[in-house]
Design a protein around this ligand. Structure first.
Ligand code: CDP
Length: 806
């Protein structure tokens, strides 16, 4: 070979394909302030909408008088439930099979509920006039406690369902009951507990929290009366689903609805569902014949759109005296608020919560979840996790620590003893999931070796002795968490949304010069899809990633897809991208064979070209083949080089990780200082290690926020007391600890490139790790379980209860 000819690996490196720390191409516009967000959209004659909201958590509406608001100069119209009834839109279906008021109809069911929508020439006029809508309320007794929801005399939240004994998921046992959902097998689980040598039982609560994207939810609706077409720009994580749901609700034919998600400033599950603001903006545009914009502010975002968690899990583990788990039982009360608007796949009212056995080899397990209505905002989204997986991971990881303590075993040693072994994969869990691949012991051992686990425990022991002797007021906590995620919803046999199977798609067109465009049904909200999908194509097709443009978020041009949430983009659309590439490659191979006058089978692939086997000097590069596809195809072959793939995954993917946190707590102030946080993630084949690190840093910061301070709190009267960032903890760079990241690589055997998702993992694994660390700090003083969030005040209170301030 000539000295100047680049080697295969040099050519591969130039492509910036999979495994390359390629810089994020989207950042070129973001760091220059040139992103294109909904709020950047300027349309002529734009109107602005704003809501009048309920001050009460539960009240009957006696009268709504819009006269004063309508008289404000600049106000164009005011919508109420009565107006919406004329177009049959006062209520809308939810993703969970329930219905939800768009504007309050007869009564309000949670504080800040939407009561009227004021449309004006100016955003501030709309806001001022919204305050002038006069609503006469008759207050009703309210309930925000899920444990009291099914009391005999509990306030009836949903009068519209009063006589319904059946819900979307079976029998209802109380007027505030939504569903009961069970998984696993009860009889063998109960038998395991009867025989158990050691058991633990603890109420492990995951408080109500809320994603905090920089950009709140917003949209612009523009209805063209002449064409009968609606264009809707919005912060939608799932634009095609919004189009389909929009068509079903509005009866506008689906082909006459154009949904566009431009750049989105963070989603984290918050932007999956359909909100009143979208419906009202659409109706307002139809009524006024002008485009209408709706933008929520931070208080509206925190108090009305899509909360997460609010799972209260009574958890039991059975084990042998020598530390082998034999059974898991969990009864959960899930607070869904006033309407069941949970963003789950249809058949799963408690999401994928049955991943609760986690990374451990439980021979028997059973869960039962009751969903209930309360006077809180609706939602139940997967806040940076797959549906209800964070709840499950938190529950099992706390429970494992509690059991380890009861057995007087080290929590890491207890985990090592019960982790699913490498040779057990593919592993069928007691809940029926088939885990695709894993090498758990290697991951946990690597984590322990890296942080010097043994030495840390020795240091902790010495500190505990010193604390007992009164020589220090500092408590040292070491948190261990080993999590298994279930991402990539999903296989259509298991998952659908409103009957639409949860596949996803990619369409790739290679242009004559060897550049191309890839359009997808997913939608990045900051995950770097424009960078990483191009890397998959670069490796698959041998074309430089820089030559591939990735486009998402336009329902007119992208193939149908179910959107981005729950780390599904890589497992599903990443697979679709690889499969579409393979169709293109197969055609390119036939063209190469024709041009080189050999049989297809006589060719082999080499990074960016097909070459003749045994004669590597004879080859055609992919760039040459792209050109040929437009002028030199074999006789009878269609010209062009493009392909589309709809990928219905055979299974979920199961990323996993081992996290260790070391922190010190001041017993007198309750302040916890994170000394060290180490996160080892295994997401199978890594597409872009730099983006993965970024995803982990962001997710760990969210996990830190959740574990150490976030809670959407309501007082007894249903007033939300944490509806602004003054009260709702959002960590900044000042509070955020330093993150150490690491990895192992265990490819998924069923994914075309072996990749699993990663975006959600740090939130799923991070929260229990922080919580275990705080709990671990107090465990030697006899404490079993301190509920999240672990802010200073609650931690101080926990210390106080243990008598540390006597
Ligand atoms: O669905 P979502 O994009 O939120 O999550 P994801 O599929 O876990 O991907 C998040 C980001 O990490 C994307 O830019 C992926 O391409 C990247 N990623 C990666 O580089 N390697 C993996 N094995 C998984 C994700």
């Amino acid at each position: 070979m000539n000295a100047q000819t680049p080697t295969s690996s040099e050519r591969a490196e130039k492509l910036e394909g999979m495994g390359c720390r390629r810089k994020r191409v989207e950042d070129i516009r973001f760091v220059q302030g040139k992103g294109n967000y909904v709020d950047d959209l300027k349309l002529p004659n734009l109107l602005y909408g704003d809501f009048t909201r309920s001050p009460h958590a539960h009240a009957r509406i006696k009268k709504i008088d819009t006269t004063k608001a309508a008289a404000v100069p600049g106000v164009v119209a005011v919508l109420t439930a009565e107006t919406l009834k004329t177009v049959n839109l006062a209520w809308m279906p939810t993703l969970a099979g329930d219905v939800q008021m768009v504007l309050a109809d007869g009564k309000v069911l949670f504080q800040n509920q939407e009561v009227a929508f004021v449309i004006a020439e100016d955003r501030y006029v709309a806001a001022d006039a919204a305050d002038l809508v006069e609503v006469e309320y008759e207050q009703l007794s309210c309930n925000v406690d899920p444990f009291k929801a099914m009391d005999p005399n509990a306030p009836m939240i949903r009068e519209d369902l009063k006589d319904k004994t059946d819900g979307a998921h079976g029998k209802r046992k109380h007027y505030n009951h939504i569903f009961n959902w069970q998984a696993g097998e009860k009889a063998p689980t109960d038998a395991a507990f009867e025989k158990a040598e050691v058991t633990i039982k603890e109420l492990i609560a995951y408080p109500r929290v809320h994603p905090c994207p920089l950009e709140t939810c917003q949209c612009v609706a523009s209805f063209d009366k002449i064409k009968g077409e609606l264009t809707l720009w919005g912060t939608f994580q799932a634009p095609h689903v919004i189009r389909t749901v929009g068509s079903l609700i509005s009866k506008i034919p689906e082909h006459k609805i154009h949904v566009i998600s431009p750049d989105i400033g963070g989603g984290f599950g918050n932007k999956v569902g359909a909100y009143s603001g979208y419906i009202c903006a659409i109706v307002a545009s139809i009524v006024t014949g002008r485009p209408v914009k709706w933008t929520e502010d931070r208080i509206e975002n925190l108090s009305t759109t899509a909360f997460a968690r609010d799972f209260h899990m009574l958890t039991e583990i059975a084990a042998t005296r020598d530390g082998r788990v034999t059974g898991l039982r969990c009864y959960t009360i899930a607070d869904h608020g006033a309407f069941d608007a949970c963003a789950n796949a249809t058949k799963w009212p408690a999401g994928l919560f049955s991943i609760i056995t986690g990374s451990y080899d439980f021979p028997a397990a059973h869960v039962s979840v009751d969903g209930v209505y309360t006077n809180k905002a609706p939602g139940g989204v997967a806040y940076r996790c797959s549906f209800r997986v964070t709840e499950a991971a938190y529950c099992i990881e706390r429970a494992m620590d509690i059991m380890a303590k009861k057995l007087a075993m080290d929590p890491a040693e207890f985990r090592m003893k019960n982790l699913i072994r490498r040779e057990q994969f593919p592993y069928k869990s007691a809940m029926g999931w088939e885990y695709d691949s894993g090498d758990y012991h290697v991951a946990l051992q690597k984590a322990m070796d890296t942080v010097g686990y043994k030495q840390l425990r020795a240091e902790q022991k010495a500190k505990q002795e010193a604390f007992k002797r009164g020589e220090t007021r500092e408590l040292m906590g070491i948190g261990v968490a080993f999590f298994t995620e279930i991402v990539g919803a999903g296989p259509s046999r298991a998952c659908d949304i409103l009957g639409i199977a949860m596949f996803d798609s990619a369409e790739i067109r290679i242009h004559p010069t060897g550049s191309g465009i890839c359009r997808l049904g997913t939608k990045s909200q900051g995950q770097g899809h424009e960078t990483t999908y191009a890397q998959i194509i670069a490796s698959e097709l041998g074309l430089p990633a820089d030559n591939i443009m990735v486009e998402e978020g336009n329902t007119d041009t992208a193939p149908y897809g179910l959107g981005t949430y729950g780390s599904r983009s890589t497992p599903v659309s990443g697979a679709a991208t690889a499969m579409a590439c393979r169709k293109i490659k197969a055609k390119a191979q036939m063209i190469a064979a024709y041009m080189l006058e050999v049989h297809d089978d006589d060719l082999e692939w080499d990074v960016d070209r097909f070459r003749v086997k045994g004669n590597p000097e004879r080859f055609k590069t992919m760039t040459e083949l792209a050109w040929a596809a437009y002028h030199e195809v074999p006789p009878g072959m269609e010209p062009g080089l493009e392909a589309i793939n709809y990928y219905d995954p055979p299974n979920f993917t199961f990323p996993f990780g081992a996290y260790i946190c070391v922190l010190d707590i001041d017993a007198d102030t309750g302040e916890a200082k994170v000394r060290r946080f180490y996160a080892l993630d295994d997401c199978g084949t890594r597409i872009n290690p730099m983006i993965i690190e970024g995803q982990i840093h962001g997710g760990l910061t969210e996990a830190f926020g959740i574990a150490m301070g976030q809670e959407l709190h309501y007082d007894e009267d249903g007033n939300i007391t944490t509806a602004s960032l003054m009260d709702y903890f959002l960590p900044t760079a000042v509070e955020t600890p330093h993150w150490e990241t690491d990895w192992t690589t265990t490819p998924s055997p069923h994914h075309p490139i072996g990749a699993k998702g990663v975006g959600e993992s740090p939130n799923v694994g991070g929260v229990p790790c922080f919580s275990n660390a705080v709990n671990d700090a107090f465990a030697f003083l006899g404490s079993t379980h301190i509920q999240m969030p672990h802010d200073h005040w609650r931690t101080w209170t926990a210390a106080d209860k243990l008598g540390l301030h006597a």
